[in-house]
Design a protein around this ligand. Structure first.
Ligand code: SF4
Length: 118
């Protein structure tokens, strides 16, 4: 049995649809990576910013005032927080933060909104 040229068989159609979905997913992935990279270029969040102050943000987690923010646990840092928009597990440098829109935070920082990545 031969199929007309303008009526590709179902397996070819399925392959083309899968390829289109994969290409779209790759483009979305690239966009997400670019957005993360852009987050690193945002102004650095100041510890004296009113919201940052209320959440105890410190650009170096080791400087967190544990008497005011007893939920802090050693090892918690922005790079390990689900709100961090840099590279997951990032060890240095800055990245965006969903809590502090328009600013970047130090991957070694911390605030009371810390929420570990699952
Ligand atoms: S929400 Fe997470 S990433 Fe943002 S400043 Fe607080 S600890 Fe860092």
């Amino acid at each position: 049995m031969s199929l007309p040229k303008n009526n590709p068989n179902p397996s070819r159609r399925s392959f083309l649809a899968t390829a289109a979905v994969a290409a779209s997913a790759a483009l979305v992935g690239l966009g997400a990576r670019s957005a993360r990279a852009a987050g690193a270029n945002l102004p650095h969040l100041s510890e004296s910013d009113p919201l940052a102050k209320s959440l105890g943000y410190q650009s170096k987690a080791k400087n967190v005032d544990k008497s005011k923010f007893p939920t802090y646990k050693p090892g918690e840092r922005c790079g390990e927080c689900r709100f961090f928009q840099g590279t997951p597990g990032q060890k240095s440098g800055y990245g965006g933060c969903q809590i502090f829109a328009g600013y970047s935070v130090d991957s070694d920082g911390w605030c009371a909104s810390f929420n570990a990545r699952s």
